[in-house]
Design a protein around this ligand. Sequence first.
Ligand SMILES: Nc1nc2c(ncn2[C@@H]2O[C@H](COP(=O)(O)OP(=O)(O)OP(=O)(O)O)[C@@H](O)[C@H]2O)c(=O)[nH]1
Ligand SMILES: [Mg+2]
Length: 344
Amino acid sequence: MQWIVPTAAKGLSFLTGTFVAYVLNKNLTFQQTYSSSRKFRQFLFLYGMTFLANVGVHWGTIRLVVSNPTIAFVAATATSTCLNFLGQKFWVFQTPTPSSVGGTTMATTLSIVIPCFNEKDNLSLILERFKSVVTRDDIEVVLVDNGSTDGTQNELNRLLPNYPFVRLVTVPSNEGYGHGILTGLRSAKGEFLAWTHADMQTDPMDVVKALEIAEKQSDPTQVYVKGNRRGRSIFDTFFTVGMSFFELFVMWKWLWDINAQPNLFHRSLFDDIGSDAPKDFALDLFFLYKAKSADLEIFRFPVRFPERIHGHSKWNTSLSAKWKFIRRTMTFSWKLRQGLNVGQ
Ligand SMILES: Nc1nc2c(ncn2[C@@H]2O[C@H](COP(=O)(O)OP(=O)(O)OP(=O)(O)O)[C@@H](O)[C@H]2O)c(=O)[nH]1
Ligand SMILES: [Mg+2]
């Protein structure tokens, strides 16, 4: 009976085994390229339950049916394996056929907001890329000229007639990254809303992937889909790890890679919180935090984040700028935790 006594080592090996099984089943058996912590919790629960079923069938077979350990082992393994597979297929990794997204009759399924601030040289590249990836006519692109002063306006006048799926929203003078995105979101017609960057560091195809992930879920209105940047420098990864642990200690929420793009969600989230949102870079943090607080299921999928092709970062230009960003994020997080009005 020694084997039945629970120990920390057995618990750890069970958890490790469960994690490995989760990764293998998610990626190989059910081929899901995105992850969500809720799915992992469901998987853990399923594994725990089927483990108990295994122990129960083993015990019951020996006690009540036949006192043969081999038969008991086979019966227990068969039962738990079947339950496990069914639980994964019809619950944890269930992929219902995409039907009526959100069940409404809105003509535009998705509005993609692209805030642009002095991105003149990137505009033709980003528009061409959007043209090649947006093949559905229920997707609109809302390009926000966020108070640019580099001749963006003239460039857009020249380019936009070739891109009829793009609608231009102009912010007369720059009031911050968040303000530009919020202005675009307010004018959006889609049932789902998204934003991503304009500097070619985030591939427009990622937004289409995010929509497909949302549409695969049983209730797409209850999800928040966000990229998860891969292949970044050690310094940037270190910064991301530090921010995530900071948020964990302050807000008791795991908010990983907060500034990754794109962000996609049902418009009901925006209707609920839009008026309270910040006007600066804290917008990414604010939405992820609110999505978690609203208990939406957060889906993350890998995205590439290469260096810029043209232009330069509009904020990340020196260590002191980075420090300013960190300070702002810290004070903003503190305000969020205290539930204050953070919109100003
Ligand atoms: N900083 C800044 N960016 C804005 C603003 N409005 C729109 N943006 C756009 O937001 C996107 C992100 O800005 P970046 O300056 O590239 O910042 P980042 O990508 O986080 O940082 P880098 O990796 O250093 O480029 C770009 O597409 C900008 O054009 C604004 O008011 N401020
Ligand atoms: Mg950038």
